[in-house]
Design a protein around this ligand. Structure first.
Ligand SMILES: Nc1nc2c([nH]c(=O)n2[C@@H]2O[C@H](COP(=O)(O)OP(=O)(O)OP(=O)(O)O)[C@@H](O)[C@H]2O)c(=O)[nH]1
Ligand SMILES: [Mg+2]
Length: 133
């Protein structure tokens, strides 16, 4: 069995009801697909700390408020991920891709038009079920 990678994932909700997605760099796992920003939880970090750090590093926002959304475990051929997924209900700053990634703010109804990693279908269903956040 492959190792389990704990990933902090943020569904950033803007006051106009749009959520933030970013395009994964081509050279990474699931490169070219859209994702909710986030990344691996490092040793000694809580998931909230990891998410706050990753959103600062990746999309330049400062997280001020979080609420749990869902936990999705998904087995890819090369690894198994635990996507520990949180609503980001409050934040400061203007989002931009600090690693050169394209970003987009999208309506819930438009999420289906973007190609996400396979694990994300379950996240999108959880967003719909928990809406409005
Ligand atoms: N951030 C993020 N990762 C996701 C999503 N869906 C999904 O399957 N993953 C997978 O979760 C794993 C870890 O995410 P990551 O690559 O962002 O980790 P990271 O920011 O720490 O990057 P690093 O590899 O440079 O340390 C990847 O294999 C990625 O494909 C998603 O919506 N957001
Ligand atoms: Mg990442």
């Amino acid at each position: 069995m492959s190792k389990l990678v704990h990933v902090a994932v943020g569904v950033v909700l803007r006051s106009d009801g749009k959520v933030l997605i970013a395009r994964r760099p081509d050279h990474l796992h699931m490169g070219g697909r859209w994702e909710f920003p986030g990344g691996k939880v490092e040793a000694g970090e809580t998931v909230q700390q990891a998410l706050t750090r990753e959103l600062h590093e990746e999309v330049a926002i400062e997280v001020k408020g979080l609420r749990p959304l869902t936990e999705i475990r998904h087995e890819y051929p090369e690894k198994t991920v635990l996507l520990d997924t949180w609503w980001v209900t409050e934040f400061e700053g203007e989002a931009h891709g600090r690693e050169g990634q394209e970003i987009a703010w999208v309506d819930l109804s438009a999420l289906g038009e973007y190609q996400f990693p396979d694990a994300n279908q379950a996240i999108i269903e959880a967003i719909q079920a928990d809406w409005p956040a």
